[in-house]
Ligand binder design. Structure first.
Ligand code: 5AD
Ligand code: SF4
Length: 438
């Protein structure tokens, strides 16, 4: 019996698919990349309509496969499935789906399969509780050695007016610090070299503990002190919550990567207010200055959205201006997509042509900045974690500040830290050669 998991969306989903893989393996399924699967799981995303449409197209294609193989199990899980009314809509349109689970209901996968196999019963399990209990000791089938993801918290309390996440993932719940530390220690002992801590807003870690015994800075410090040759990253930070204490801890420990993902969304104060982001462009610039004062080479990446309701040309120019001022080492840029049930979807929308024109201008600007910044790396040596081998036989890995580097070397080097001399750059890509000099 074989399984295949198609993952859409963010790193949280990629990590949760490792959990789904473990559940399936416990039931005796083995992984396949071919089309000989007996169960297919779609771990879905609904952050933008484009994501959803793509997934729906893929579910549509399963009709023929199911007709040829009626025993095939089809499970649609994750964020898209958990939207209000979505399960009914999916079943109506695609009656051949067997299992639907929300992002907070993934633990039900094993029982859902057993019910289907033994009682021919479909399972539809979508969120009813906004703050389900945090499950510790989840097992994962990890496939990303030497990198590992560790969830430190679930859900989000922020309700940015454009965002569907709080509706499908529920309220913030932090994992116990002892469990996180034990998991990280065990990963490091087992040879993992880079741990990425995951949470929708890692800076509010611990806010939900009644005794306020630990915050994100405290957790980071405890993790930074774990012995071994490894490093730690985290995402995502919210500008309203990233404080000086956290910046100081990152600066203090070599094991903490000098790399902060700090979504700005917009450079216009009007738009930030309408987005319910709780910071201004001035406050954002202040945080960036503090980060750079303490860590001049810290990579700062961001998410930016264009075309939010009522975004004027001046609002957009404010975004272009802040992108020019900060000079992000990388930016994920998006066209605002109305999400049903969110406040912004009820606001006055702006025409697609304007959105499309703005995103092109923004991408052009950021590409130029990325290209210019890449040049600064040339001629210098960086410590790189060798992470993978590409199809062309070249090795690749990341610098501490998060830049991707490609270089020649033997596959056996994967999982080790190497000093790499950067010989040339091309847009966001850096190329180099391994050197022992530093
Ligand atoms: N439309 C477009 N982009 C969105 N994001 C979140 N919601 C939407 C939406 N409705 C973007 C934000 C967020 C990133 C993960 O996705 O920039 O930081
Ligand atoms: Fe969405 Fe805002 Fe929460 Fe991020 S902080 S998940 S953008 S609501």
């Amino acid at each position: 019996m074989h399984y295949k998991i198609n993952t859409y969306g963010c790193q949280m989903n990629v990590h949760e698919s490792e959990r789904l893989a473990k559940s399936l393996e416990k039931l005796g399924f083995t992984s396949t990349e071919d089309n000989n699967f007996d169960i297919i799981v779609f771990n879905t995303c609904c952050i933008r309509d484009t994501a959803e449409q793509k997934i729906l197209g893929h579910i549509g294609k399963l009709k023929k496969i199911k007709r040829a193989n009626p025993k095939l199990i089809i499970a649609i899980v994750g964020c898209m499935s958990g939207q209000k009314g979505k399960a009914e809509e999916l079943l109506k349109k695609y009656p051949y789906i067997d299992i639907i689970l929300g992002a907070n209901n993934l633990e039900s996968l094993e029982n859902a399969i057993i019910n289907l196999q033994q009682k021919h019963q479909k399972t539809i399990c979508v969120p009813t509780d906004e703050k389900p209990e945090v499950i510790e000791n989840i097992e994962y089938t990890r496939t990303s050695m030497p990198n590992a993801w560790v969830n430190i918290m679930y859900g989000c309390n922020n309700f940015c007016t454009y965002c569907i996440v709080p509706y499908v993932r529920g309220r913030e719940r932090s994992r116990k610090p002892q469990s996180i530390i034990a998991e990280c220690k065990s990963l490091i002992e087992n040879g993992y070299k880079e741990i990425t801590l995951l949470g929708q807003n890692v800076n509010s870690y611990g806010n939900d503990f009644a005794d306020k015994s630990i915050d994100f800075a405290g957790l980071l410090e405890r993790l930074a002190q774990i012995e071994g040759d490894h490093r730690i990253r985290f995402m995502t930070s919210h500008p309203k919550d990233l404080n000086e204490k956290v910046i100081d801890i990152i600066a203090k420990y070599d094991t903490l990567c000098k790399n902060i993902h700090l979504p700005i969304q917009s450079g216009s104060n009007n738009i930030l207010k309408a987005m319910n982001r709780h910071y201004t462009r001035e406050k954002y610039l202040e945080i960036v200055s503090k980060i750079r004062e303490k860590m001049p080479h810290c990579g700062i990446t961001t998410d930016i959205m264009v075309g939010f309701p009522n975004e004027s040309e001046q609002d957009f120019e404010d975004t272009m201006d802040i992108v020019n001022t900060v000079r992000f080492s990388g930016a994920f840029t998006y066209i605002y997509s109305p999400r049903k049930g969110t406040p912004a979807s009820e606001m006055e929308q702006i025409p697609y042509e304007i959105k499309s024109n703005r995103i092109q201008r923004l991408i052009k600007l950021q590409n130029q900045i990325t290209k210019d910044l890449s040049k600064n790396y040339e001629g210098n040596v960086y410590r790189v974690l060798v992470e993978d081998i590409k199809d062309n036989g070249q090795l690749c890995g990341r610098t501490d500040c998060g830049r991707l580097v490609t270089f020649s070397g033997d596959k056996s080097l994967i999982g080790s830290f190497k000093n790499v001399f950067i010989t040339r750059s091309q847009s966001a890509s850096l190329f180099g050669t391994i050197t022992e000099d530093k």
